[in-house]
Design a binder for this molecule. Sequence first.
Ligand code: NDP
Ligand code: 5RP
Length: 488
Amino acid sequence: MPETASANIGVVGLAVMGSNLARNLASREGNTVAVFNRSPERTRTLVDEHPEAGFIASESYDEFVASLQKPRTAVIMVQAGKGTDAVISELTARFEPGDIIVDGGNANFHDTIRREAEVRSHGLHFVGMGVSGGEEGALNGPSLMPGGTAESYETLGPILRTIAAKAPEDGEPCVTHVGTDGAGHFVKMVHNGIEYADMQLIAEAYDLIRQGTGKSPAEIADIFAAWNTGELESYLIEITAEVLRQVDAATGEPLVDVILDAAGAKGTGAWTVQNALDLGVPTSGIAEAVFARSLSSKAAQREASADLPGPAEAWTVAPEDADAFIEDVRRALYASKIIAYSQGFDEIISGAEQFGWNIDKGEIAKIWRAGCIIRARFLNRIAEAYADDPSLVALVVAPYFRDAIAGAQESWRRVVQIAAGAGIPTPAFSSSLAYYDGLRAKRLPAALIQGQRDFFGAHTYRRIDKDGVFHTLWSGDRTEIETEPSWH
Ligand SMILES: NC(=O)C1=CN([C@@H]2O[C@H](COP(=O)(O)OP(=O)(O)OC[C@H]3O[C@@H](n4cnc5c(N)ncnc54)[C@H](OP(=O)(O)O)[C@@H]3O)[C@@H](O)[C@H]2O)C=CC1
Ligand SMILES: O=C(CO)[C@H](O)[C@H](O)COP(=O)(O)O
């Protein structure tokens, strides 16, 4: 048991994220970091490998809590779900009013809302904090999305600002108080949904170029590296080039050709879509990205379907057209990426309304500029768009994005047409374009759907030419009556 409470912050959970976050904290002036892990071996390994960090290590919750200065602050970095609840229960039993428990795991924000209320009932602060950037980000500077009370952020904010990534444009730390209770984890969830869409779009771009031009992964790596110097500049484009360039030591083949084509998922993308459905937000590009991973993992169905008929003729791009095709794909990728972010921010707006959070969209764009997986040059444009018009209804109508899509849309349409004709699945490219055209449409066939609903279920409809709610007597003389609204 430590003789004095000497740490100003503690970390519970010392797997890849917690150990790196603890080292990041310890490297900042003024911090003394207490560390604890359920299995003591991890704690011992961390302390042995990093004596320079000056960790105060504990092998029990009692010791850990005793090593923290009051008011105590502990960051939990454990497996989200039951592990988080177990640690919260141990800390809550030992912490005192005014102490702060931070959950930096990928928690479901509904759990965070529940936990915040429960922990608050003990007089403690609970901060659900989204952390993005993986292992490297946790160590050198993640993007941080804390929720919780403004009061807890007064204590926590200065420490978080020191460990967060710094935006390359202005050096601003990538952290902001997102909103109360589950707001931070909600925004992190949407971040991950956008991450799924971004990754799927990149994968579709790669697939089209590979199948269309026959270029090798290494050649396509060069294309992505070139794209990374322009408007598509982003971490995900950068690492795509790295992955495509990698050669498998065992076979000498490109690594991408020996990796099983079944994409995993831990659940945050699915949460984004589940909540979008609950909120009535059309995040179709993100949904397609989640479903594309599911489809890729349906081994039996894919095997059984492998001989199903496709296009009669094989498709390739003539060598003299290859550069133009690749440029079309680049533009289609940029336009679709804008849609993915537009849908993600739409979900943030609706979630904020639903849960009573005052989320500053421009600040969210700013804290995603560095440290996180979706960091990208064009986040500056999103921040500018919300600075120009904080009540912007959709990113796609902001002047910069409107112009960007105007410049890309002919390419985008060609790419989707070619993919459909060639039988190459591009669910994210295609659904993003359909979403864009759906938003643009002066009139949608939803009118027919309303007519059908009224026919079979008397669900009623509204008219374009007068107020009120109407029903046609379909089973009677088919005259129209004004009526009470049915449920939706
Ligand atoms: N990996 C990544 O890139 C990112 C991860 N995250 C999130 O950060 C958190 C930590 O991730 P990561 O470092 O990958 O670790 P894991 O998600 O693999 O979790 C392992 C850690 O959880 C601890 N743990 C599990 N169950 C319990 C329990 N009941 N009581 C106490 N401790 C428990 C383990 O302790 P023990 O050693 O005893 O088993 C270990 O320290 C997760 O919530 C994850 O979703 C967020 C952003 C990125
Ligand atoms: O949170 C993250 C980055 O922001 C993680 O990397 C994320 O959990 C990866 O998700 P998945 O395993 O579902 O692809």
